[in-house]
Design a protein around this ligand. Sequence first.
Ligand SMILES: Nc1nc2c(ncn2[C@@H]2O[C@H](COP(=O)(O)OP(=O)(O)OP(=O)(O)O)[C@@H](O)[C@H]2O)c(=O)[nH]1
Ligand SMILES: [Mg+2]
Length: 293
Amino acid sequence: MENSKDNMRINWFPGHMAKAQRMMREHVKLVDVVIELVDARIPLSSANPVIADIIENKPRVVALNKADLAETAWTERWIETFRSQGLQAVAIDSMTGKGTKALISKVEQGASAAIAKLVAKGVRPRAVRAMILGIPNVGKSSLINRLLGSATVRTADKPGVTRGKQWIKVSNNLELLDTPGVLWPKIEDPSVALRLAITGAINDEVYDLEQVMAKFLTMLREDYSERLSERYKLTLPLPEDSEELLRLIGSKRGCLRSGGVVDCDKARKIILNEFRGGKLGQFTLDRQLPDRE
Ligand SMILES: Nc1nc2c(ncn2[C@@H]2O[C@H](COP(=O)(O)OP(=O)(O)OP(=O)(O)O)[C@@H](O)[C@H]2O)c(=O)[nH]1
Ligand SMILES: [Mg+2]
């Protein structure tokens, strides 16, 4: 039987995502502006290529969420890049609310032409309607809760939490539509799939942790060996072989089975969780800006 996890050829576009995508196409007509959440650690890899097609020419604001987990200098470079492509972009942290004021003002600006058009037709001015789109686990529901100041919609540290759509009245001036996270049917670039898995956008059950962590450890050793050395008390230079590096970290962390054998699976999970929780510091994993024309 073919291993469905081979080469990360996995089913990350389950039926509920296809359904959610259809719902977005229908609802985009009802909104004045779209807020696209991307993950500040992977601003390019987390940008769904299908979104442009779904939203057509609705005004769009790109919010780089989880900016607290990304390298500030890189976040600024990415914001510049989005702006140079003619997109409004802003860095936010949905846990503390940092950047959300700037986001709201961009959303209001984006909607102003549509609202003015209604008023010109003699319709009473109404609240701005915005739809929040983005990949699973990027923080769409957390952003809504932060704007509301209460845990109104469900959030969790795993993809696929929000299933249906939900309108939320944030204020008299703003109504938001929360949507389920969607990926796209075919992720062509394996390095994109890798980054989506590492950052938690792809359900942990459907990819091969061993394969992902071998590649991730190589990335970490190349760009962040000091951080690894500091966190896990390792002497530099780190071993070139990712399996050896993993065993070293595992033994430092006491991931030992009887007989002193390192429990590699446990070590992999520890490293990944510490990365995701920000315990290894701030990371930007998309480190190549698109060429400027
Ligand atoms: N550090 C950090 N964590 C965040 C931020 N925003 C959200 N999170 C965390 O990311 C996880 C996912 O958040 P959700 O709001 O459920 O994500 P979602 O986009 O609604 O996910 P789906 O509904 O599954 O598509 C939760 O554990 C949040 O606490 C942020 O700005 N910084
Ligand atoms: Mg959600």
